[in-house]
Design a protein around this ligand. Sequence first.
Ligand SMILES: Nc1nc2c(c(=O)[nH]1)N[C@H]1C(S)=C(S)[C@@H](COP(=O)(O)O)O[C@H]1N2
Ligand SMILES: [Mo]
Length: 228
Amino acid sequence: MDKLDRIIEARMKLKARFEEQIKKTPSMADNKPLGHGKINRHGMPEVPVGQTVTNKWPVLDLGYHPQIPMDMWRLTIDGEVENPIVLKWDDVMALPQTEDTSDFHCVTTWSKLNMNWQGVSLLDIAALVQPKATATHIMCYGYDTYTTNVAIEEALKPDVLLAHTVEGEPLALEHGGPLRMITPQLYAWKGSKWIKRIEFLSANKLGFWEERGYSNTAYPWRNDRYSD
Ligand SMILES: Nc1nc2c(c(=O)[nH]1)N[C@H]1C(S)=C(S)[C@@H](COP(=O)(O)O)O[C@H]1N2
Ligand SMILES: [Mo]
C-alpha cells in the first residue's frame, strides 16, 4: 500500500472516530440557528445573524505580513499526537489535495459566500500525525505570531482546509499565503493565515483574540462573537 492510500485509510478511521461528535456541533445541529437565506451546505441559513454579504475580500490581521522564502518554509504538527512531523512545502503538496467551496464569515460582520479553495484537509493532516485519545483542541500558530485555538471536532470537519489556492489562484500574501487555515463553520479568525504550527492539546488554551475578549467557540449561527 502506498503512502497516499495509508493516509486515506487513516482519514476514514478518524472520520468514523469523530463523526458523532461532529454531527452534534452547533453549526450542524442547532435546531434554532440564527440567520437568514436558503439552507447552506451544512444545513444552516446561508447568512448568519448580524452578517452582511460582500463581494470584496477585506484583509484583516495584525498588520505584519510575514514573507518566508519557500525553501525555509516549514509546517510543524506536534503535541498530543503519535507521530509529530515537520513538513516542507513539497511534502504538503504531495499530500492528498482537496477542493471545496465554502463561505467565509468574519466577526466584523461581513460574509463572503461560495469561495472555492484548494489545499490539504486538516483531517488528512490529522491522519498523518494520529491524534492521541487525549487530544481535545488544537492551537494554530501563524508566522506573524498569531495564535488561535479550535476544538478538535471543529478542526476535523471536512471543510477545514490548509489552503494554498483560492478561486484557482495561489493565495495572496495578504490573505495568508502560501498556506492558511479556513474554518467555514466558525468565524474566520479561527483560521490562521501564514500557518506555521498546529499543536494538538489535551486541554483548551486561548489564542490571541480569545485572550482579548473574543469567543472561545465562535459559532456564527449563535452570534457567538465575544466571551461573556
Ligand atoms: N496569522 C494570522 N491569521 C489570521 C489573522 C491574523 O492577524 N494573523 N486574523 C484573523 C482574522 S481576525 C480574520 S477575520 C481572518 C481574515 O482573513 P483575510 O485577511 O484573508 O480576510 O484571518 C484570521 N487569521
Ligand atoms: Mo476578524
